[in-house]
Design a protein around this ligand. Structure first.
Ligand SMILES: Nc1ncnc2c1ncn2[C@@H]1O[C@H](COP(=O)(O)OP(=O)(O)O)[C@@H](O)[C@H]1O
Ligand SMILES: [Mg+2]
Length: 266
């Protein structure tokens, strides 16, 4: 990727819980790292699933200062430099139990949606990519992820409930774009946990491909190995790099490198 465009920032987002934000974020980050990119993974979900899945439970339970302090207290912003952990595949800015108090606390700050951007500015020159795993609601933390990255990758299930989830998400993104006078770009949709035996899944896959005909749409199957990898604290690229789903994440990484790298040339 060209130097001037670094780092590329991407929020993995959908306010619906359990669709695979964390799973997709970790595997996309792993696949980008596997291609030689320096990746920072940011867990912005107060539940800390990604932090746990990346084997950093001790960071989740750590005493202050944590990401909460860096986000909510401008005077502690630069403490974030000491909060980055080294994982085998990527660097990680973990969530913390204190993040459960961030949502109301951020409401009090004047520029409530811009705090993460300011925090990442303390770090970001070292990375090719910053991947942000979002919480499952349309609140301040999600706004911070959207403002800081201005790029989204959307995991969704092959279920009819996803239509409403897309509507709510795009309404929210549109409102944020107007409020902050920014443009948030769609980098792709990942249809996740596909069970090919279900007829409804086939219909929904077709619907998503039609609805998103100008962005890439990838298909990830329901696979035990995806859960096993997370239980081992690594991405599929490390757990089962020759598997077909590792290959899908590799394709996503190639495409993102094209999209972000191509921007300066084109
Ligand atoms: N493709 C998949 N195959 C099997 N299990 C999956 C897959 N994607 C996600 N999961 C599992 O589904 C659950 C929810 O996924 P997660 O990534 O935590 O969703 P979210 O972050 O959107 O809440 C997790 O237990 C995860 O291991
Ligand atoms: Mg999650």
């Amino acid at each position: 990727m060209a130097e001037s465009n670094k780092p590329a920032k991407l929020a993995v987002t959908n306010q619906k819980g359990g669709v695979g934000k964390t799973t997709v974020a970790i595997n996309v980050a792993g696949a980008l790292a596997d291609r030689g990119n320096e990746v920072l993974f940011v867990d912005l979900d107060p539940q800390g699933n990604a932090t746990e899945n990346l084997g950093l439970m001790e960071a989740y339970d750590a005493e202050p200062p944590t990401l909460f302090d860096a986000l909510t207290d401008p005077e502690q912003r630069e403490t974030v430099r000491d909060l980055v952990y080294a994982h085998d595949e990527m660097d990680v800015l973990p969530s913390n139990i204190d993040m459960t108090a961030a949502e109301p606390e951020l409401t009090l700050s004047r520029r409530s949606g811009e705090q993460l951007d300011l925090v990442l500015a303390e770090l970001e020159t070292a990375y090719d990519y910053i991947i942000v795993d979002c919480p499952p609601n349309l609140g301040n933390l999600m706004d911070n992820a959207l403002f800081a990255t201005q790029n989204v990758l959307i995991p969704a299930l092959a279920e009819s409930t996803s239509k409403r989830a897309f509507e709510l998400l795009y309404d929210h993104i549109g409102a944020l774009e107007r409020d902050y006078e920014i443009t948030i770009r769609d980098r792709g949709v990942v249809i996740n946990r596909i069970d090919v035996r279900k007829k409804q899944a086939q219909d929904m896959i077709e619907w998503i491909h039609n609805a998103f005909d100008n962005v890439p749409v990838w298909e990830v199957r329901e696979r035990a190995s995806i859960q096993y990898a997370l239980e081992e604290g690594v991405s599929l690229l490390q757990y089962e790099s020759d598997g077909d789903m590792a290959q899908v994440f590799r394709e996503i990484a190639v495409d993102l490198d094209d999209q972000f790298g191509g921007e300066i040339d084109g």
